[in-house]
Design a protein around this ligand. Structure first.
Ligand SMILES: Nc1ncnc2c1ncn2[C@@H]1O[C@H](COP(=O)(O)OP(=O)(O)OP(=O)(O)O)[C@@H](O)[C@H]1O
Ligand SMILES: [Mg+2]
Length: 354
């Protein structure tokens, strides 16, 4: 257990070897209609004690990518390639038994929908206790005590009385706390939180996010926070990956990406999000158009058909046919040149964010 270990690399510099390193990840599903390229060349790092936010519209591949870390895809219908290095262990080629040992122990996941992840037929004490006993030697009694302790930690009032309740006896926010208690019961080194607060009202959402941050401070875990919401990201994350159509289009620290975003898709997200702007202005503009088909993605930039700036690209590259690359820890996959991006953002986007 790593309960008391200091958060290695948790300073603001983020140096030190990444705890999780994903390179060129591809997750392709075989379907009746053809191959769905849900994740198609995604790379990112997560450092100990730091939180990586992953944002992107619905269907951009956030859940599919992170579920691949836990080896949750059906191998009969899914091709997963690339590398997923977790603290020196390669997970794509790891066998089911090795993955089974990791899940819930070194890596835990809070799923998008707590009702599908919790069984309605067992008390929450039993479910949290069983997650504990799967990886730790403990009697039923000890596991129950641990469940009570975790319920207390996540702020469930009267944990001793609530431990024998069933999931349906809890409100949505409380159920989400139960999920967090279950995910953290073995002190995971990496916590993947898939939209942990989307279904909750704003106040409860804020409480849950604060809770995750407190627990991170206490346990020094790394967190991947998946969300639609740049407001959530700016609140809890250190680093950020912006996903579009199965790939990363921009990445950097949260500060870098939110203060000086370099990809037209990120600009679109920023101008379409009310919460980050602190108001619900009339000039909120949703990004026009829809994401490309993942069955036959365009050869060039996947955002090109929706991009208002592709006509400004100069030189002999074509957004429609040449795929822009992403390199380094701070970059955007876009053919506009850096000076042009800065000018466009300052002149055309920033005024709309005030
Ligand atoms: N088992 C599957 N078979 C075929 N396609 C799938 C499968 N699972 C997911 N997909 C497709 O992969 C794409 C990415 O899905 P994913 O669930 O990762 O999106 P997401 O970014 O998490 O979206 P949301 O914000 O709505 O949760 C979607 O187009 C989805 O329809
Ligand atoms: Mg999802």
């Amino acid at each position: 257990m790593t309960t008391t270990s200091p958060a290695a690399g948790s300073g603001t510099t983020g140096d030190g070897a990444p705890f999780l390193s994903v390179r060129d990840l591809r997750v392709h599903f075989s379907t009746e209609d053809g191959v769905v390229r849900a994740v198609d060349g995604l790379s990112f790092d997560v450092r100990r004690g730091r939180t990586l936010g992953i944002v992107g519209e619905s269907g951009s591949g956030k859940s599919v990518a992170t579920q691949a870390v836990l080896g949750l895809h059906d191998p009969a219908r899914t091709t997963v390639s690339g590398t997923i290095d977790l603290d020196g262990q390669e997970l794509i080629t790891a066998g089911e038994r090795a993955l089974e040992r990791l899940r819930g122990d070194k890596v835990a996941m809070i799923f998008q929908d707590p009702l599908t992840a919790l069984s309605p037929y067992h008390t929450i004490g039993r479910q949290i206790g069983e997650s504990f006993r799967k990886h730790r030697v403990a009697s039923r009694r000890e596991a129950r005590d641990r469940a009570v302790e975790m319920l207390g930690k996540v702020g469930i009032p009267h944990p001793r009385l609530r431990v024998d309740d069933y999931p349906h006896q809890f409100s949505g926010g409380m159920r989400q706390r139960v999920m967090i208690a279950m995910a953290l019961v073995c002190d995971p080194d990496l916590l993947i939180a898939d939209e942990p607060t989307t279904a909750l009202d704003v106040t409860v959402q804020a409480q849950i996010l604060d809770l995750l941050l407190d627990l991170q401070r206490e346990f020094g875990s790394a967190i991947i926070m998946i969300t639609h919401d740049l407001g959530v990201v700016s609140r809890v994350s250190d680093d950020l990956v912006v996903m579009y159509a199965g790939r990363a289009v921009e990445r950097g620290t949260v500060r870098e990406v939110l203060r000086a975003p370099r990809h037209p898709y990120t600009w679109g997200l920023l101008t379409s999000m009310p919460r980050l702007r602190g108001d619900v202005g009339q000039d909120l503009v949703p990004i026009a158009g829809t994401p490309p088909s993942l069955l036959a993605p365009p050869p060039g930039c996947p955002f090109e058909p929706r991009c208002a700036f592709s006509t400004e690209v100069t030189g002999d590259v074509s957004c429609a046919t040449d795929r822009p690359a992403l390199s380094g820890t701070r970059d955007a996959a876009c053919h506009l040149d850096p000076e042009q991006k800065r000018a466009l953002f300052t002149e055309r986007i920033q005024p709309r964010l005030r």
